[in-house]
Design a binder for this molecule. Structure first.
Ligand code: ADP
Ligand code: MG
Length: 215
């Protein structure tokens, strides 16, 4: 547990920078996953988007966690094409709105932000659990986060539980037939592959958990 009560804007900005590094590290893997059941741009899209986010943070870091997440949202929406840009953008935007002007985030705020992020993805993409999308990773992550928030654990432990649930959720997409997004054009042939967006969601959550644990 960090010495302070929660996560500040600086902590969140640091976590977002770490996410950018993780996305860069997994760029090729995400491209390959998307090549199998989509058009192969997922790793490229996210890497370009998060590199642009880091450039913006280098210019100036907003002074609230919500400000940082809003910067991520607007940058991803403007820089990332395809389905994932607007979906992740909406997720970060809704999370920012849920946080309001809070300056330090505790477990309740983080769980609320994750719930809001899921709401944004579902509002925008209309996918349900089982459709073989990022929702298959994010939905169980939110439920794990809410459970953890009721158990007086640290933010790092909450995010770690969310990342574990997202990892299991992402794995669960392998046998599924896609019902949303580009992969759905393949019908039955989409089965037997990990969904790239579910994988990236899991990577983002794991990275946030690692950053919270290190602060
Ligand atoms: P595109 O499919 O336009 O090339 P990306 O490759 O960047 O976009 O992202 C693909 C990922 O987006 C999929 O693996 C899936 O997880 C996610 N996705 C696609 N459509 C939806 C949707 N309607 N709801 C939720 N997630 C979706
Ligand atoms: Mg794609």
């Amino acid at each position: 547990m960090p010495a302070r009560a929660g996560c500040s804007a600086g902590d969140v900005a640091g976590a977002v920078r770490a996410v950018a590094a993780v996305v860069a590290e997994h760029r090729v893997e995400l491209i390959q996953l998307d090549r199998a059941i989509g058009d192969g741009d997922h790793g490229e899209n996210l890497d370009r988007g998060f590199k642009a986010v880091v450039s913006k943070l280098d210019e100036s870091t907003p002074d609230t966690p919500a400000g940082v997440l809003k910067l991520v949202a607007t940058t991803l929406i403007s820089k990332v094409g395809g389905a994932a840009g607007p979906l992740y953008g909406t997720a970060f935007l809704r999370a920012a709105t849920a946080l309001g002007d809070a300056t330090e985030l505790g477990t309740a705020e983080v769980a609320e932000a994750l719930r809001a992020a899921l709401g944004g993805v579902v509002a925008r993409g209309k996918a349900e659990v089982g459709d073989k999308t990022m929702v298959d990773a994010l939905d169980p992550a939110v439920r794990a986060a809410e459970k953890a928030a009721g158990e007086q654990v640290s933010v790092a432990a909450l995010l770690s539980a969310a990342a574990d649930a997202a990892a299991a959720g992402a794995e669960s997409t392998v046998p599924l037939v896609a019902r949303k997004g580009r992969a759905s054009y393949l019908g039955e042939r989409s089965a037997g592959h990990l969904d790239p967006g579910a994988r990236s969601t899991m990577l983002l959550l794991r990275s946030f958990a690692d950053s919270a644990g290190a602060s």
